[in-house]
Design a protein around this ligand. Structure first.
Ligand SMILES: Nc1nc2c(ncn2[C@@H]2O[C@H](COP(=O)(O)OP(=O)(O)OP(=O)(O)O)[C@@H](O)[C@H]2O)c(=O)[nH]1
Ligand SMILES: [Mg+2]
Ligand SMILES: [Zn+2]
Length: 367
């Protein structure tokens, strides 16, 4: 693989010049987590990278921070030194949406994307008012617009076609197509939006078939969809974080979580709720502050060793707990950065700090 397959071209190359001189390398971000980023560099290599403090401090809001799809300059680390993101290249396009709730903060859904595909259906998800809002966001992003009226196998063809016609009537710039992701029907149109180096960002409500579409285009199952998820036992798998995938036939896709899921994994209460058996065992641990890992007299570990609690479930619980702790740390770090920044620019910063607190309250997590 070469960088050009990731969308790298002459224009990016010239924007990158000053960073090349510093010995940094270009990378495209394919994943975000609370603590770091996944990035692709040349030669098909995937790395984990952290953000340098300066980018943290200089960002006035979340949307200024690197996001999936961004091109960045990475200072490659070594044995005991992490790879560090030193600079963010100016975005050509950026699909933003407002954070849920009353917050006025923007959230990056995909950077440097060529096209946004909104997935919907002709039944329960069909909503022209919501589609208008999507169109507003897409037109601001500078990316092209595509709408897929999916699950056509579930409805009479005329119903899907009628829905497509009504959506088309809203905005002439949008290309609208009828598809069935499970049957692989109508997906050929996507080829036009997935030429080498091009990125398609897939959005839409939860359950409309975004991941199923990605899986169809990816070939084999890249991500769980639909069926029961064995680890969490939840009824259906939902995409929990944004991710950019490269297709063998060229082009890239960004799969997104549906609206409902964005909040789920940040919430400690939900974790305890869905692992009620483990939470109950924890009350029998010897120490109240037991970390359920190496501590003496841990009732949870004892249950695993006695074969009463499935190891996979236990490990998943610990992983999720880690994620939440990392997120909390990140929020604290951000708070610190904001406070430092506040000394320089008190009014703006106060607004920002308020907004961050508001978002936290909305998510019901942390602090
Ligand atoms: N009948 C039918 N079912 C579909 C189609 N596309 C997806 N589904 C089903 O709809 C359910 C949800 O699909 P997903 O692909 O996980 O939906 P998603 O949009 O990724 O959902 P989130 O990740 O929660 O945002 C699964 O059971 C799929 O099998 C389709 O074209 N026809
Ligand atoms: Mg999904
Ligand atoms: Zn314990």
């Amino acid at each position: 693989m070469s960088l050009s397959e990731l969308g790298w071209d002459k224009q990016w190359q010239s924007a990158f010049k000053p960073y090349r001189a510093k010995g940094w390398v270009p990378a495209r971000l394919i994943r975000e987590s609370p603590i770091n980023y996944g990035a692709m560099i040349a030669e098909d290599e995937e790395i984990d990278a952290i953000l340098c403090g300066k980018l943290w401090h200089d960002a006035a809001c979340d949307a200024d921070l690197p996001a999936v799809g961004d091109w960045v300059a990475v200072d490659l680390g070594g044995e005991n030194r992490p790879h560090v993101i030193r600079a963010l290249l100016p975005r050509r396009t950026c699909f933003l949406r407002k954070m849920p709730g009353n917050s006025s903060q923007a959230q990056v859904i995909g950077a440097n994307i060529d096209c946004v595909a909104v997935v919907t259906d002709a039944g329960t998800d069909f909503n022209l008012r919501r589609m208008e809002r999507y169109f507003m966001l897409i037109s601001r992003s500078k990316a092209k617009a595509l709408v897929l009226v999916n699950k056509s196998d579930l409805y009479p063809l005329e119903q899907s076609q009628q829905a497509a016609a009504e959506i088309s009537a809203l905005w002439a710039d949008a290309k609208v197509h009828v598809t069935s992701a499970t049957r692989g029907e109508g997906l050929k149109v996507l080829k036009k939006f997935l030429r080498k180096g091009e990125t398609l960002c897939i959005v839409g409500s939860s359950g409309v078939g975004k991941s199923t579409l990605v899986n169809q285009l990816y070939g084999d199952d890249w991500q769980w969809t639909g069926e029961v998820n064995e680890t969490t036992g939840r009824g259906r798998h939902t995409t929990t974080s944004r991710e950019l995938v490269l297709l063998d036939q060229g082009g890239m896709l960004i799969d997104n979580p549906g609206m409902r899921e964005i909040q789920m994994w940040t919430d400690e209460e939900t974790l305890r709720g869905s692992f009620a058996d483990i939470a109950a065992l924890a009350t029998n641990c010897k120490y109240a502050n037991c970390n359920h890992r190496m501590d003496d007299g841990c009732a949870i570990r004892a249950a695993v060793e006695a074969g009463e609690l499935e190891r996979g479930r236990y490990e998943n619980f610990l992983n999720l707990e880690n994620e939440i702790a990392a997120l909390k740390k990140r929020a604290e770090k951000r708070q610190m950065a904001v406070e430092r920044w506040a000394k320089r620019n008190s009014v703006k910063a106060r607004n920002l700090a308020d907004r961050i607190q508001l978002e936290r309250d909305e998510r019901g997590d942390i602090s």
